[in-house]
Design a protein around this ligand. Structure first.
Ligand code: 9YT
Length: 129
């Protein structure tokens, strides 16, 4: 067993600044859990285009409020603290933060821990062992 504190990650290479968000990677591929876990801050007033074509992600909001727009149907999903959204269809979406949002993000397959979005909002497949 292991215990990971947010303080263990802050200021390290696993605190990743994506511009509109800062992702603190708590569990990564190297931990061999089959998923990864991030504690992510989404900056207030931002809109981020995201499309995880290679990953499924569940996002549990623990602070703040905003909305997700799924682009296949232009549906707007208001999100606030204590709600989880699951991108179970690799859904292309916009994430809008009305206030600063704090999210617990779980990815399958696991992230290596260094990923930032490419120009299409995608994280690459990590083929490394
Ligand atoms: C909620 C969300 O998808 N934010 C973008 C960052 C990403 N989830 C991450 O790597 O923590």
């Amino acid at each position: 067993m292991k215990v990971v504190s947010l303080d263990d990650v802050l200021g390290t290479e696993h605190e990743v600044d994506g511009g509109n968000w800062i992702s603190r990677r708590l569990i990564m591929k190297k931990d061999n859990m089959g998923y990864s876990v991030n504690d992510t801050i989404i900056k207030a007033g931002t809109e981020t285009h995201i499309w995880y074509q290679n990953h499924l992600e569940s996002v549990y909001c623990i602070e703040g409020e905003g909305e997700v727009v799924t682009l296949s149907d232009n549906k707007v999903w208001p999100i606030k603290a204590n709600q989880l959204y699951a991108l179970d269809q690799n859904d292309e979406h916009l994430l809008r933060a009305q206030t600063t949002m704090r999210m617990v993000c779980v990815f399958n397959p696991a992230l290596s821990g260094h990923e930032v979005h490419d120009e299409h909002g995608v994280y690459p497949v990590d083929d490394s062992q």
